[in-house]
Design a protein around this ligand. Structure first.
Ligand SMILES: [Ca+2]
Ligand SMILES: [Ca+2]
Length: 328
């Protein structure tokens, strides 16, 4: 009986002790990682945290790495699991991390047109909104040119021209002109009423046919430059000195005339002018300029672009020069 009583007391004490012991032991929390889902850009970081002491690891170090403090760095686009493993219990919790393209992406390089490559594929690759183009309407008063496209960068003015060979009646010598309002100002330029716009600052002339053969357009063959009105304009060639200074070389360019030969590219050809050299003759507007074209169908008729349908208000069908924005 005495023994039984002892055991009863001992059991009670043990039970009490156990209960007390359980009450004193800190509650073991479930491992939790915050946040459980995250996004990070390539090259950027995002901080994860855990409620327990953990070690961190990444399911793919090539996509995102994690350091001992739970700082995750995006390496390349993709998805990874960043795991936290509790030091005491080996319990694991995961944060799913999506790595997105870097926020600091370098701007794409401005493409240039190559007028010597014998292909128009480089034009087709340009974003449409970077090119200014014009199609001659069917009922235009000024025929001879089907259409034109202009793409300008800080380096070059590139021009794609499509003559309408059906309208050109004399192929012996077919002059072609490019006239440019370099400063986009009506107050400068002009050559009487000879050109479509009186604010032309510089004019390049070459030919697309000579002696009946396709001729590679060379805008340096002849050039005009001028001031307001006709007085300052001169017709030059390489042998002519101008006021003691030789402007020869102020316009360079290359042209491919594919019409009628094996290098024909849809009856179109490309020309390029170097802006830096144009600017040596006139200040050039830094962001926008005007440009127009004409082709001599024969000695008495000239086709002009841009042109429009002849109307009572505009019987000539001439319209203002194309406004070209410089792509930077
Ligand atoms: Ca080309
Ligand atoms: Ca001008």
């Amino acid at each position: 009986m005495k023994a039984n009583k002892f055991f009863a007391i001992a059991l009670a004490a043990l039970t009490l002790g156990f209960v007390a012991c359980k009450k004193d032991e800190p509650q073991q929390d479930k491992l939790k990682v915050t946040p459980e889902v995250a996004e990070v850009s390539v090259g950027a970081t995002v901080q994860l945290s855990a409620n327990l002491e953990v070690t961190w690891s990444s399911s793919d170090e090539a996509i995102a790495g994690v350091n001992a403090s739970g700082l995750v760095t995006g390496i390349k686009e993709g998805e990874v699991n960043i795991s936290a493993k509790a030091v005491k219990t080996n319990e694991v919790a995961v944060c799913k991390v999506t790595v997105k393209a870097g926020g600091v992406t370098p701007p794409p390089a401005i493409p240039e047109i190559d007028v010597t490559d014998g292909t128009l594929a480089d034009w087709e690759a340009l974003p449409a909104d970077k090119v200014v183009s014009w199609e001659c309407p069917d009922d235009a008063a000024m025929l001879g040119l089907k259409g034109v496209a202009v793409y300008a960068t800080e380096m070059y003015i590139s021009i794609l021209v499509e003559p309408n060979m059906d309208d050109i009646t004399d192929l012996e010598w077919v002059p072609f002109h490019v006239y440019i309002d370099l400063d986009n100002s009506d107050a400068t330029g002009g050559y009487g009423d000879e050109f479509a716009d009186a604010n032309t600052d510089i004019l390049c002339e070459s030919a697309i046919f000579s002696a009946g053969e396709p001729y590679p357009y060379n805008p340096a063959v002849f050039k005009w430059w001028g001031e307001v009105g006709a007085d300052g304009w001169e017709w030059t060639d390489p042998s002519v000195e101008h006021d003691g200074s030789d402007f020869w070389g102020a316009i360079i360019g290359e042209g491919q005339l594919p019409v009628g030969n094996s290098e024909c590219v849809d009856g179109k050809f490309e020309i390029q002018l170097l802006r830096e050299l144009l600017a040596t003759v006139h200040d050039m507007n830094d962001s926008e300029f005007g440009i127009g074209f004409d082709i001599q169908q024969n000695w008495s008729s000239v086709g002009i672009l841009p042109c429009g349908s002849a109307t009572d208000e505009n019987p000539s069908g001439k319209v203002a020069k194309l406004k070209v924005k410089i792509n930077k």
